[in-house]
Design a protein around this ligand. Structure first.
Ligand SMILES: C=C(O[C@@H]1C=C(C(=O)O)C=C[C@H]1O)C(=O)O
Length: 475
């Protein structure tokens, strides 16, 4: 944390941060948030800032952070620091996460500009693909936190939320007044734009890259044999490339590159507070719940983009007519419709369409449903994860085979990552096209759906297309 006072102006500065630090220290005197501690959630409208600039300035290696941005929707959120956190595991990890969310929000007292449309305190969540992540792995099966700071940006509006525990000794209105005064003096100018270091573009020079293409193709062949004998009808095989760089990877600058290269994707980053980061650019929304309207995306079936309009249209038409790609896609939409119906929802799907991204195009079916008030977003996450877009059909057999074939841990790859807010809204994406960053090492993940008719070489090309565009962004 480094809010600081200089010449009567509270500015954000790394060198002189004593006054605000002391203030927070006092507020944190009863740091451990117990069940009956109050948590004040203070919302404050701020000028438009760049959330990556905020993360660069405030979040540090040993605290949790969460960032996501969708440039085309002009939406972003950054969160850092911890007011309350929990980890969940095994089959009940999503329902335990829901309990944590309920407990957090039950303790919250909203202050400040709490009527702002975008200023809702949120719990940020990441889950691993499988529910039994070992302790030695960088991320736990479920990580949930109510951050100390959260900035939400929507179109031209920005809102800062500060969540802090308030002990019985402290006077709520006095503390709130003090915070307001301090925030009123902040100079936000330095956070308007991220300062990137041009020299970082040279970092890719000192890199060693390792991936085992023969192994991937042999796995696809084995999977096709099993599909031929009806053991399963679809499986998503993932592949990694391991990178060792001559210098530590710059997470913030890599994210800045990702948002420029993939404006139609969700750019995300989450950290474990121990120097490991999971970042990426995913096109896949697992769920969005806004005012009880649920939207989910069936996304599967892929083709490259053309180098000109004619070629692009040609590739798009081939994709829309390709029976193998459509089979792969239908496995996903059928699964989602069936799962949503199983809890009494009445989902509606839009006609099949194309999602065109900068490097790749996909078959896409948006699915909508009204969500009754007693169904929480995390219950839908539990119901849908893992979809056949990232696992297969049947889910159980595909998951068992994935464990058998893949020689690496999926960790957060292809798993739900998102937030739930105070009013019961929430959004989760599927963490594909992603990388685990640890100092000068990165593991990049991408997968491809295998169905009868898949060709191991073409699937490998698809994986390369996905990996290379991620690799380009990493500095
Ligand atoms: C699994 C991934 O992507 C999934 C697989 C796709 C496919 O095989 O066509 C398309 C979109 C995603 O559902 C990935 O990118 O890692």
């Amino acid at each position: 944390m480094s809010f600081a006072t200089q010449s009567n102006n509270l500015i954000l500065d790394d060198h002189n941060d004593t006054e605000f630090e002391n203030f927070w220290h006092d507020l944190d005197s009863e740091y451990a948030v117990t069940k009956d501690t109050k948590i004040v959630s203070f919302a404050y409208q701020i000028p438009r800032v760049d959330l990556l600039a905020c993360l660069q300035k405030f979040s540090h290696r040993d605290t949790l952070h969460f960032y996501w941005e969708n440039c085309s929707k002009q939406e972003a959120v950054a969160a850092w620091g911890v007011t309350k956190k929990d980890y969940t595991e095994h089959n009940s990890r999503f329902s335990l996460a829901q309990e944590f969310v309920r407990e957090c929000f039950g303790q919250i007292i909203r202050k400040g500009d709490s009527n702002l449309a975008i200023g809702k305190p949120s719990v940020f969540c990441s889950f691993t693909f499988f529910n039994d992540s070992e302790l030695s792995q960088p991320f736990r099966s479920g990580t949930l936190f109510l951050p100390r700071f959260q900035i939400v940006k929507k179109n031209k509006n920005c809102c800062l939320i500060i969540n802090f525990p308030l002990s019985k000794k402290q006077n709520e209105s006095r503390v709130v007044k003090e915070i307001k005064q301090k925030l009123n003096n902040i100079n936000w100018e330095s956070l308007k734009q991220l300062n990137t270091n041009q020299e970082n573009s040279l970092l890719s020079i000192g890199r060693e890259q390792h991936q085992d293409s023969d192994y991937f193709k042999s796995v696809v062949r084995s999977a096709l044999d099993e599909i031929a004998i009806d053991k399963l009808s679809k499986i998503v095989i993932a592949h990694t490339t391991e990178i060792k760089s001559s210098q530590p990877f710059q997470t913030i600058e890599s994210l800045s590159n990702l948002r420029q290269l993939h404006p139609d994707c969700y750019i995300f980053s989450t950290s474990n507070g121990e120097g490991q980061y999971f970042i990426g650019a995913s096109p896949e929304r697992l769920i969005s719940v806004q005012n009880r309207q649920l939207v989910t995306d069936a996304l599967a079936g892929s083709a490259p983009r053309g180098t000109n309009n004619t070629e692009d249209l040609h590739l798009a038409n081939l994709l829309l007519r390709n029976r193998k790609e459509k089979r792969e896609h239908k496995a996903v939409s059928d699964f989602m419709m069936q799962r949503l119906r199983s809890i009494g929802l009445k989902p509606q799907q839009l006609p099949l369409q194309l999602l065109k991204l900068s490097n790749i195009q996909h078959l896409w079916t948006p699915i909508y449903a009204h969500l009754p008030a007693d169904i929480e977003p995390l219950e839908i996450v539990d119901l849908l994860h893992p979809t056949p877009a990232v696992a297969g059909v049947s889910t159980e057999i595909a998951c068992e085979k994935i464990r058998h074939y893949e020689k690496f841990d999926r960790s957060l790859y292809a798993a739900p990552l998102g937030w739930v807010d105070y009013e019961g809204n929430g959004e989760f994406i599927v963490g594909i096209r992603s990388a685990l960053i640890d100092g000068d090492r990165a593991r990049l993940y991408a997968g491809a759906g295998i169905v009868s008719g898949s060709n191991p070489h073409k699937e490998f090309d698809e994986i390369q297309l996905k990996l290379q565009s991620l690799l380009k962004a990493l500095v």
